[in-house]
Design a protein around this ligand. Structure first.
Ligand SMILES: O=C(O)C(=O)C[C@H](O)[C@H](O)COP(=O)(O)O
Length: 207
């Protein structure tokens, strides 16, 4: 896997995962894999996220582990050092773009307007995270941009549910959708990894 576009083809759903306890990282990754989802995005919203990435990269090599919520150049460097296989950002700045490019990792930069998408395309980035998807026009936005920007592919994320994912995945410019619903907080807290596996199985069958 070498490009952002390859990332969009790994699974219909990119699981966006917030973990507080790195002890949950490996079992969560294994549950997703067992359900047929071979990719996991650990958000850098918790202090322990880098340790979770480290553990998954070392102990579950069959899953592609990446870092989400990359909002600073430092995040990009730290995630790469921890063994992340890809980076995802909610939006971009020039500094974050440069730092992400310097890691050499496949990268999904966030965009929510046509101008942002065009600027990223100009830098050779053709696979984008459309965030926040529901708040920024959802499937109507994606249908509209497919006309003027037919080469761009998206991973819409933000407010998408098991129920609304299918509508996004039916669009030709959507590679996958991102969502946190595969790893609900209560299931992680209860260490109910069977529930995560079941949700992953349902997500894997979406396309
Ligand atoms: O953390 C980030 O980098 C983000 O951009 C935000 C997340 O992608 C969304 O919060 C996904 O979460 P849900 O809306 O619950 O599916």
């Amino acid at each position: 896997m070498t490009t952002g576009s390859d990332l969009l083809d790994l699974s219909p759903v990119m699981p966006v995962v917030v973990l507080d306890d790195p002890a949950d990282a490996v079992p969560t990754a294994r549950a997703l894999l067992a359900g047929g989802v071979p990719v996991i995005e650990l958000t850098l919203r918790t202090d322990t996220a880098l340790e979770s990435i480290r553990r998954i990269a070392a102990e579950v090599p069959e899953i592609v582990v990446g870092a989400g919520t990359v909002t600073t150049p430092r995040h990009a460097r730290q995630a790469a050092e921890a063994g992340a296989g890809f980076l995802v950002t909610p939006g971009v700045t020039d500094a974050v773009l440069d730092a992400a490019a310097a890691t050499g990792l496949p990268f999904l930069p966030g965009a929510s307007t046509v101008s942002e998408a065009m600027r990223l395309a100009e830098r050779g980035l053709g696979a984008l995270k459309f965030f926040p998807a529901e708040a920024s026009g959802g499937t109507d936005f994606l249908r509209s941009v497919a006309g003027p920007l037919p080469a761009l592919r998206f991973c819409p994320t933000g407010g998408i549910t098991a129920g609304s994912a299918g509508g996004y995945l039916a669009l030709p410019n959507v590679g996958c959708v991102g969502g946190s619903w595969l790893t609900p907080k209560d299931a992680v807290a209860a260490r109910n990894f069977g529930k995560i596996e079941l949700l992953a199985k349902q997500a894997a069958a979406l396309r």
